[in-house]
Write a protein that binds this ligand. Structure first.
Ligand code: HEC
Length: 99
């Protein structure tokens, strides 16, 4: 009984440690971007729109403008941090464009 409680505590502290490792800048941003995108931005189009032949955005700033435009259209009231997170996520995962 006592041992298993200790084991649970040990497991929890490992998870806590991992969460802290995952927090720093880029990783946290990308993860937040993915979550926001997959929740709010797949209602009208699937991600294939980001690689269509005559896509609108071809630079990081271009993507940023589209994210800003669509979060505004969808009335999401995202913070600059959220907009940046989703832009980073799209740039890395779909557009394959550097920041
Ligand atoms: C109400 C429907 C709708 C929602 C919700 C929506 N989009 Fe879109 N999105 C569109 C349409 C339609 C286009 C194509 C517009 C065009 O061709 O001018 C588009 C185009 C885009 C593009 C440009 C693709 C390219 O050609 O490079 C990006 C980026 C984009 N959306 C991101 C988002 C993000 C991020 C969200 C979530 C905040 C989002 N969209 C939510 C309808 C939507």
């Amino acid at each position: 009984m006592k041992t298993s409680r200790l084991a649970v505590l040990a497991a929890m502290s490992v998870w806590g440690g991992m969460a802290m490792v995952a927090t720093p800048a880029t990783a946290g941003n990308l993860e937040r971007g993915r979550a926001l995108h997959d929740t709010f931005c797949v209602v009208c189009h699937d991600p294939s729109i980001y690689s269509r032949r005559d896509r609108i955005a071809n630079t990081y700033v271009g993507i940023l403008q589209q994210v800003e435009r669509w979060q505004s259209n969808a009335n999401l009231h995202w913070s600059p941090y959220d907009i940046d997170s989703v832009t980073e996520y799209l740039a890395e995962k779909y557009y394959k464009l550097p920041r």
